[in-house]
Design a protein around this ligand. Sequence first.
Ligand code: NI
Length: 155
Amino acid sequence: MHVKHMNNKYKNMKKESGGVVYVSHRESFCYGHRMHSKYFSKEDNKKIFGKCNEINGHGHNCILEVTLRGNVNNKSGMITKDVKELKKAIKDVIVNEWDHKNLNLDTSIFRDLNPTVENMVVAIWNLLQKRIKDGRLYEVKLHETDKISAYYRGK
Ligand code: NI
């Protein structure tokens, strides 16, 4: 009885020994956009966003970094059963839809919403969450330029 109890205890410790690990995947894509808020006047948009408010927009080569969080599975040594799943979700939901597109004109999300890097990370999170439903989605980070990035970890 005592031995059995010890074994169970050991078994549970072993199960959790992998701990929580964060795994990130990066994809790059290009997009055009124009900073413009429908809540501000033409003059205020110009004042607030400056060059980024130019009528024909401008482009970025960005890097999208998505991080999952999970317990390491003892058998596979990984936090996810299918490592390709995240890559495929990012391609399907974001890259294939936004790459080489003008976000203001070519996507329904940003027709009315200012495509700032802040709004982009929230939109990416919401789109990816429809594919990664089990709570493993931890962080969405978008490096808009070498100098500017934003991240979102959900509500
Ligand atoms: Ni920009």
